[in-house]
Design a protein. Structure first.
Length: 210
């Protein structure tokens, strides 16, 4: 009950009564990146502050696709390897963008592409699953672990087959990944492609499974 009342008070408090971090998160969620940039520029913002979901402002700016705000936060010292609610770093969120500029920004600031979330998934895993080829290639070039597995034993080919991207599957095969390698449940990438109905990926992997 106390937590609920606190949330209500924050929601209805005048802007001047809120902390700079609270105003920053509100501006981001309200789709006002220029306002958010102004709050950061004025200073006094705790860049380690978290929203109710446990994310930093850098997580939110990256997920929302606010490139200028993300650049400003990085310049002001926001940590590129900060962990989110399930262990995700801002680089995980950047992996969900087709445009590799977000990942490039974070990598230049020292983001570690080998960090995995609590499910064992790396940013590269997310990029491959989402079919973001340019971002995936950038992460691979900058040191991402191509052979890392999630907690279920799924590798990058499992992610590519799950996402249905022939291009991603062909790329990973060219890097020497084994399409016959099963996860902990005994499922191969081919099994994932069949379950999802990705006919072209199935056709490609069936030729290699013989």
């Amino acid at each position: 009950m106390k937590r609920y009342l606190a949330i209500l008070l924050l929601a209805f408090a005048p802007a001047w009564a809120q902390s700079p971090a609270a105003r920053l998160f509100a501006a981001i969620e309200d789709g006002k990146p220029l306002v958010a940039e102004g709050i950061v520029e004025r200073g006094g913002v705790d860049l380690e502050a978290r929203n109710e979901a446990g994310e930093t402002a850098l997580h939110r700016a990256i997920e929302k696709g606010y490139r200028e705000l993300a650049e400003l936060l990085v310049r002001r010292g926001a940590r590129p390897n900060a962990r989110g609610p399930n262990g995700e770093t801002p680089l995980h969120y950047a992996a969900l963008h087709e445009d590799p500029a977000f990942a490039a920004l974070l990598l230049a600031a020292g983001a570690d592409p080998r960090l995995r979330n609590d499910d064992g998934e790396s940013p590269l895993y997310w990029a491959v699953l989402a079919g973001n080829a340019a971002t995936a290639r950038l992460l691979a070039e900058r040191g991402a672990d191509l052979r890392a597995k999630d907690l279920r034993g799924n590798g990058l080919l499992h992610a590519a087959a799950d996402g249905g991207s022939v291009e991603q599957v062909e790329w990973l095969l060219s890097l020497g990944l084994d399409p016959r390698e099963p996860n902990r449940e005994g499922k191969r990438p081919l099994d994932y492609a069949r379950e999802r109905g990705h006919a072209e990926v199935v056709k490609l992997l069936e030729r290699l499974a013989r």
